[in-house]
Design a protein. Structure first.
Length: 155
């Protein structure tokens, strides 16, 4: 595992993007050949309101150093009417959950990017990549293994 601050660390960021807005912005940024790091693995979902908090935790557990959740602008711009309201209610709870797991909030972004905001998407990817680079690798899988070993030794 690469240590924080050492040369060569490139974070892996998983992005859950609304099909109708933020995915379109990401696609438009690519088509327009906007400069952006290649650190983001995009998972297209039909609506940001469909993103279960367990998806975010699983991304971190399986090696993501950062996670992005982005959808349509609220209020009322959601293709499914109120999906972004669900996101708006859930994501602050996810932030608190990440705190309990010892995952820095800077590793998680949630917000709104419309299909017409390709430059905003490209800037988010650049900012998120730099922020996570500074934090270094999450290494949550190693942390979880250590906790399980300690729990087994205590029994």
């Amino acid at each position: 595992m690469v240590k924080a601050g050492s040369n060569g660390f490139e974070p892996r960021i998983v992005a859950f993007l609304c099909n109708w807005c933020t995915y379109t912005a990401a696609d438009n940024a690519g088509v327009a050949r906007m400069a952006q790091p290649l650190n983001v693995d995009i998972i297209r979902v039909m609506c940001s309101g469909r993103i279960d908090p367990t998806f975010i935790l699983k991304a971190f557990k399986e090696g993501a150093d950062g996670v992005i959740v982005a959808g349509c602008h609220p209020p009322g711009d959601c293709h499914y009417v109120n999906g972004n309201y669900k996101t708006f209610r859930r994501m602050p709870l996810v932030e608190r959950l990440l705190d309990q797991f010892g995952i820095e909030r800077e590793r998680f972004y949630w917000g709104w990017i419309s299909g017409a905001e390709a430059p905003k998407w490209a800037q988010l990817v650049a900012d998120m990549t730099e922020r996570v680079k500074k934090l270094g690798p999450l290494g949550w899988d190693v942390y979880l293994e250590k906790v399980m070993e300690e729990k087994g030794a205590a029994e």
